[in-house]
Design a protein around this ligand. Sequence first.
Ligand SMILES: O=C(O)CCC(=O)C1=CC=C[C@@H](O)[C@@H]1C(=O)O
Ligand SMILES: [Mg+2]
Length: 367
Amino acid sequence: MKLSSITLKVIMAPLKQPFKTHLGTVNDREVIIIEAQDEDGLIGYGEAVPFSSPWYTEETIKTCLHMLEDFLIPLTLASKPRHPVELQSLWSGIRRNAMAKSALEQAIIDLYAKQKEIYLGRLFGGERSEVAAGVVIASNDAEDAIRQIEGFSRSGYQRYKIKIDPRHDIELLAEIRGEYPDIPLMADANSAYTLDDIPRLQKLDEYKLMMIEQPLGHDDIVEHARLQKRLQTPICLDESINSYHDAHSALSLGSCGVINIKMAKVGGWTEAVKIHDLCVENDVPVWCGGMIEFGISRAHNIALATLKGFTVPGDISSSSRYWEEDIIEPEVVVKNGTIQVPEKAGIGFSINEKRLKALTTYRQIYR
Ligand SMILES: O=C(O)CCC(=O)C1=CC=C[C@@H](O)[C@@H]1C(=O)O
Ligand SMILES: [Mg+2]
């Protein structure tokens, strides 16, 4: 494949409203946009989505810039990959750093799909023409959460995810269920509980949750298997799933009934599709997790969610959920609970260059 330069841009924008979990609150979002350009002027786009501090994973904007500028980009440009499938083995000497690898792979795969004039989802066998939309209510205040659900329900979201912890769970769920007894509701604990909390977690079984996401340790698979045996509600793993191997271990031990696949956290498209295929073989439903991202990462998530195993609505919400104005055109819109899959080549969306320029705080090109 043709590849002549790679450009990095750091962008920053405030969220329309704070995103609060028991781990902290996100008010502003920094990400790294990667542009892989060929000699004919075609550009593929990727978005590295670590946070600015290591509260969710060990990567940050600064670690990703270091990995991209000092290792991944020089190695990739020097090797002149003939096909994106070569990338993961090319980078195998660089341990972990999944979000840096994911974004660079996204940009090169998007460029490749544009060169082949094929929509990204189709490249990986995706057949859906629309994907189900889900939304995250990142507030532990019952009144605020109910107000947000009421607002989002006008777009027909097919799944509502709230954040819980031992100080905000039973009462919060009881109040939400009191207002909305039947909405498709799930809870994300972001590792707020331990096995000592089994009696408390068992009480959540009465709230008809679709699943409880990551109740125990962020790097645990074994204790989740012990907990799953004690709960009616399926456990969904997020932070624990950073590779195909993690997913295989979790399914082998019965640690979860659902997997949240985050392309960024597992190192990109290649590993995400391997995990998807494993779950399809084992009849385990998967959904596409979000990272409070801008439109380029959201576009890659939409393409991933076109694959047949993505049978559960994920964290794919509208551009307007977080942003006054997104960096893609058209923006992602949720109507009647679904997002129309684009038909253009690559990620299927164009870039709002004016908005991208306005948000750019750092820019560097590599040839
Ligand atoms: O992208 C979204 O809409 C939000 C996704 C989301 O809930 C999360 C993103 C990043 C870190 C976490 O707080 C949380 C998660 O654990 O899934
Ligand atoms: Mg999660």
